[in-house]
Design a protein around this ligand. Structure first.
Ligand code: NAP
Ligand code: G4F
Length: 368
């Protein structure tokens, strides 16, 4: 009998990679989706219609729908990836973020109990390095104190603790993966890495004039999402439930990411000025761009409180899970994202310009 997995957040970056991974392992994969007016599920479109891949309408804000799906699917493993996952958006929609990212986790745990699966179903909770927030030590490991620094992180902290509570109170096999930032060619277009790789591709093809960013000094430990979803599965295959930090152990700034991404797009940048006046000017590349400012800073992308120094220590994951933190290096990650976006933008042509504007409006919260 093949194992049955239920993935919340199946349409997201991680959900789509995890679906592919579990199907490959012979799982029966069920995912929950939300109704959308455009019904746009591009990340999983290639999986729809496959015999072992099933979709169900449900919402993490709606307990009844979660109980119904869990009791019908009766999964061996649940991967709770669904979340309002954008930190900046959590300042604009804090209550929604709390409902989905905090209470939503409780709803999943209770649905498992209500379905009588608490002794058989293993649960993975998508926790985050944002819990370390205003960091109290570098690098961060499983024992580093949490200091959440956004409505998103505060909500995720509840998710982390309620998972721990159910593990201890009801002896459920539920664990949190404290994952540091992981990116890919499927990353949402308003997260900084994808925003940069798309802009580099569009600027190199004359479809965008300038990339506007917020805090370029911010430091992150960036890995490749495809490598990270494998770890989610390994965490659930252990003899006992435990929480793990998953990270590369290597840190870079937003500025370094930008510099490298543009380099892969054939544009060499020189940075001048500081803070809000900083600019990235083209020193090598297409003739018509030499001397032009293609990267600038906009206050619109500063956050009320920003997490600026994330750096993970994956020692425990290496020792206990056999995790290889350097399977895909930072350089390889940036290259694969830029190469994907160059091809993507070339195929999209003029439509790419419309999408640039849309992504920027969405991120700035401009809905006028
Ligand atoms: P993502 O691309 O933003 O995907 C989020 C998923 O959650 C989407 O499928 C979304 O569905 C779904 N969702 C949102 N609200 C929902 C609701 N009320 N009910 C049901 N589904 C809902 O995020 P990701 O990057 O794949 O991340 C996956 C998880 O890991 C998230 O929980 C995130 O917070 C966490 N995490 C991510 C990272 C990272 O660097 N990527 C690091 C640490 C932790 P729609 O498509 O319908 O919007
Ligand atoms: O790419 P980001 O929006 O990701 P952030 O805030 O680190 O959150 C992501 O990773 C978390 C794991 O640590 C996940 F839990 C979460 O769900 C999400 O996947 O921003 C990264 C950094 C921030 O410091 C931000 O201030 O980049 C800085 N930044 C600078 N300019 C920008 C921009 N971020 C965005 N989104 N857009 C900018 O223009």
């Amino acid at each position: 009998m093949s194992k049955v997995a239920l993935i919340t957040g199946v349409t997201g970056q991680d959900g789509s990679f995890l679906s592919e991974f579990l199907l490959e392992k012979g799982y029966e994969v069920h995912g929950i989706i939300r109704r959308s007016s455009v019904d746009y599920r591009e990340r999983i479109a290639h999986l729809e219609g496959r015999p072992h891949f099933h979709l169900h309408y449900a919402d993490l804000g709606d307990s009844m729908s979660i109980v119904k799906v869990v009791s019908v699917v009766r999964p061996d493993e649940i991967y709770n990836l669904a979340a309002q996952s954008h930190v900046q958006v959590s300042f604009d929609s804090p209550e929604f973020t709390a409902d989905v990212d905090a209470v939503g986790v409780l709803r999943v745990l209770e649905a498992v109990r209500a379905s009588g699966l608490e002794n058989t179903c293993r649960i993975y909770q998508a926790s985050t390095s944002e819990l370390y927030g205003k960091v109290e030590e570098v690098p961060q490991n499983e024992n580093t104190p949490f200091h959440p620094y956004s409505p998103y992180a505060v909500a995720k902290l509840y998710g982390f603790w309620i998972v721990k509570e159910y593990r201890e109170a009801y002896h459920m096999f539920c664990c949190s993966g404290i994952l540091f930032n992981h990116e890919s060619e499927r990353r949402g277009e308003t997260f900084v890495t994808r925003k940069i790789t798309l802009a580099a591709a569009r600027i190199s093809q004359g479809l965008q004039d300038c990339l506007y960013l917020g805090n370029m000094d911010s430091l992150r430990d960036w890995g490749y999402a495809k490598d990270y979803v494998e770890c989610m599965w390994i965490i659930l295959q252990q003899d006992k439930p435990e929480d793990f930090v998953i990270a590369t152990g290597v840190q870079h700034s937003v500025r370094e990411f930008t510099e490298l991404a543009f380099k892969h797009a054939g544009i060499e940048l020189k940075f001048e000025g500081e803070g809000i006046n900083e600019k990235g000017i083209v020193v090598k590349g297409p003739e018509n761009l030499i001397g032009k400012t293609v990267v600038a800073v906009s206050e619109d992308f500063y956050r009320p409180t920003d997490v600026v120094n994330l750096w993970g220590d994956p020692t425990k994951a290496k020792a206990k899970l056999g995790w290889n933190p350097n399977k895909t290096t930072f350089e390889e990650l940036v290259k694969l994202m830029v190469e994907h976006d160059i091809a993507n933008v070339a195929a999209e042509g003029a439509a790419a310009k419309v999408r640039t504007n849309l992504a920027e409006y969405l991120e700035k919260g401009i809905v006028k």
